[in-house]
Design a protein around this ligand. Structure first.
Ligand SMILES: Cc1ncc(COP(=O)(O)O)c(C=O)c1O
Length: 383
């Protein structure tokens, strides 16, 4: 067959076959409105997704402002709701200003592309989230990978700098094992080399720091003039969307230069309303942050005591290693059949290639639910 008449998508079948034989096929499952299993798979760390303060705020926002933002905020305008959310987020995290985006992913792309560019250096933790990796790729900066959570490795890469501008970037809490970055040491390394620090606090906001103000606040870096934080609204804040937080001049620059702000429809009103509702609920009940951490510790301790390879969490995420991708999938499937929902992370979602169950703690879980989940995970592991 000549190239001109060949099936242009034949390669898809070959790639699917490869995925099948490696045990790496992903499937979409239906999800009921009300959970039919005990959920340790979602990122609803504070247990606020179905809280009436959140759902009512989402509905009220949609009723007042409409179903969508109607366009880029630079074209159709910024609502009072967006401004209110940005102000409250900035106040809560202790920074000068915030800008919301349609997702945490686009917030990360914005921060990395608008603050660097050709002629800049980005030093990036080797296990950073995919959205940060994509931001590095899109930035056209020189990108150096530093060993995971290793401030000396960051220093060594920053010392190679010949570029005018430099930033270091790290997740605050890594999404697979829930381990935390040494943010204070990274900030010190950056300062010694005249670089800025960008922190992706997707898994820290609402869980770490005073009242859940995030990992940057926990590290004493809130409001620092050389630190920029990105967050998602889709985890602790029980909504959808993202934000960049930091010095006012950085935020004003993003409005002018971040392509994922300029060329993307603004955050939907319902999502902005839900995030604001969740933020206010957290402020009214700051102990939710501590409870999420407590639940994660209880899960991890229980599993370690039963001889499982669980991570020791710094926030609300616990990874449990499985022997293979197939074993991880079979384990997660059996747990689900018996009433426990867990994440199943396999390559390429695990940068070190070890497949895992991923458990996420929720502030609203009871001690009895935790004990039951630990027993079930241990029992099914033995098989
Ligand atoms: C560390 C990290 N950063 C960014 C994101 C992207 O956020 P969003 O889902 O809001 O796009 C995620 C996951 O969702 C994440 O785990």
């Amino acid at each position: 067959m000549s190239i001109a008449t060949a099936d242009p998508f034949a390669w898809i079948d070959a790639a699917a076959e490869q995925r099948r034989s490696a045990g790496l096929v992903r499937t979409l499952r239906p999800r009921p409105a009300v959970g039919d299993v005990l959920d340790l798979a979602s990122n609803d760390y504070l247990g606020l997704t179905h809280d009436p303060r959140v759902t009512r705020a989402a509905a009220d926002a949609a009723l007042r402002w409409g179903g969508g933002a109607t366009g880029s905020r630079l074209v159709t305008g910024t609502t009072e709701l967006h401004a209110e959310l940005e102000q409250e987020l900035a106040d809560f995290c202790g920074v000068e200003a915030a800008l919301v985006f349609s997702s945490g992913y686009t917030a990360n792309l914005a921060a990395l592309t608008a603050l660097t560019g050709p002629g800049a250096l980005i030093v990036s933790d080797a296990l950073n989230h995919a959205s940060l990796i994509d931001g590095c790729r899109l930035s056209r900066a020189r990108v150096a990978r530093a060993a995971h959570r290793d401030p000396d490795a960051f220093r060594a890469e920053l010392a190679t700098r010949s570029e005018e501008r430099a930033i270091a970037v790290s997740d605050s809490v890594f999404s697979v094992d829930g381990d935390a970055a040494p943010l204070a040491a990274l900030a010190a390394a950056c300062r010694d080399h005249g670089a800025a620090l960008v922190v992706d606090d997707a898994h820290g906001l609402g869980v770490l720091g005073p009242g859940g103000a995030g990992a940057t606040a926990a590290a004493g870096l809130a409001g620092a003039p050389d630190v920029v934080t990105t967050v998602t609204l889709s985890k602790s804040l029980a909504s959808q969307g993202g934000a960049v937080l930091g010095p006012r001049r950085v935020i004003e620059h993003l409005v002018q230069a971040a392509r994922t702000f300029i060329f993307d429809t603004g955050l939907a009103p319902a999502a902005a309303g839900a995030a604001l509702g969740a933020l206010r609920a957290l402020r009214a009940e700051p102990s939710r942050a501590e409870r999420a951490r407590e639940v994660a510790h209880a899960l991890s301790t229980g599993l370690l005591e039963r001889g499982l390879a669980a991570s020791v969490p710094d926030a609300a995420v616990v990874g449990v290693r499985a022997p293979s991708p197939e074993a991880a999938l079979a384990w997660a499937t059996e747990l689900r059949a018996r009433g426990l929902g867990v994440g199943c992370f396999r390559p390429p979602s695990v940068p070190d290639r070890f497949s895992r169950l991923r458990l996420t703690a929720r502030a609203d879980l009871t001690d009895e639910q935790i004990a039951w989940a630990v027993d079930l995970i241990a029992e099914t592991a033995r098989r």
